[in-house]
Design a protein around this ligand. Structure first.
Ligand code: 0WD
Length: 259
């Protein structure tokens, strides 16, 4: 069934109430799931704790630091989670970063440093997370992982630049990880979300015209919401999606079908 009631999910990448991760958290919560949040850096702790407290019946102590550029920190966070909360039915990976200077103009001006940084945080982090979870036997049977990507990983989208290249790498990782983890019954999928105004989206130049284009020409003629992505994530986590792995599900008002 679609039910994830009583199941436990780790949500990584809540920065504030606009975060897509928060949309996923709310949908999972509404469906009766128990949540565990991870955040990067002390700067984020307060807002993530406050958001966790706002969910009725949610244990607000299930909030742990996890900078995904640091293998040791992932190990510590997941060890703590396994000890305090137990095994998990899924992980939502909602993390990406690129330098603002590299999210405009020509892709060709990307620096080696900026390229590696974007790939480290936005792509390798998924592999690191799945690897550590596997090693620590954190996954229940039939667990699944959902990450977030964007059309810029498939097609050239102005200004998205190095993040598009990192998303292409992330999408390929989803396929390879799905193949590795399938033998353990663990599924790995991505959601390709339409553009949504969040903290990260602020970094992309000319984001307003991207939104305008969606409203005018996406099949559904409206902007994707955090709720729509959250509900699709619940589906992918649920046993209704038990036959789906290595998939990239577009939740983007259908914009990906346009030329
Ligand atoms: O239009 C959009 N907003 C779309 C976003 C369309 C399609 C996909 N996405 C993707 C993003 O690329 C990302 O993978 O969705 C994911 C979530 O992004 P978001 O909800 O748009 O952005 P935001 O609310 O800023 O959350 C991203 C968070 C970071 O926030 P900040 O603002 O501090 O960069 O990723 C986390 C952090 O919480 N993050 C990290 N987490 C752990 N370790 C790290 C790190 N090193 N760096 C960033």
């Amino acid at each position: 069934s679609l039910s994830v009631e009583g199941q436990t999910f780790i949500v990584m990448g809540v920065a504030n109430k606009r975060s897509i991760a928060w949309g996923i958290a709310r949908s999972l919560h509404d469906a009766g799931a128990k949540l565990v949040f991870t955040y990067a850096g002390d700067r984020m702790e307060k807002s993530v704790r406050e958001l966790a407290e706002s969910l009725e019946g949610q244990n607000a102590d299930y909030v742990f630091p996890c900078d995904i550029t640091n293998d040791e920190e992932i190990n510590e966070a997941f060890t703590t989670i396994k000890n305090k909360v137990g095994q998990v039915n899924g992980i939502a990976h909602c993390i990406a970063f690129a330098r603002k200077e590299e999210l405009n103009g020509d892709y060709i001006s990307t620096t080696r440093d900026g390229f590696l940084l974007a790939h480290n945080i936005s792509s390798y982090s998924l592999t690191a997370v799945v690897k550590v979870a596997k090693e620590l036997e954190l996954f229940t049977e039939n667990a699944s992982v959902v990450t977030l990507t964007y059309l810029g990983g498939e097609k050239v989208i102005e200004n998205y630049n190095v993040m598009g290249v990192a998303k292409a790498s992330l999408e390929a990782s989803v396929k390879y990880l799905a193949n590795d983890m399938g033998k353990y019954g663990v599924r790995v999928n991505s959601i390709s979300a339409g553009p949504i105004r969040t903290l990260s989206a602020k970094g992309v130049s000319d984001f307003n015209s991207i939104l305008k284009e969606i409203e005018e020409s996406a099949p559904l003629r409206r902007i994707t919401t955090q709720e729509e992505v959250g509900d699709a994530a619940v589906f992918l986590f649920s046993s209704m999606a038990r036959g789906i792995t290595g998939e990239n599900l577009h939740v983007d008002s259908g914009y990906h079908v346009k030329a």
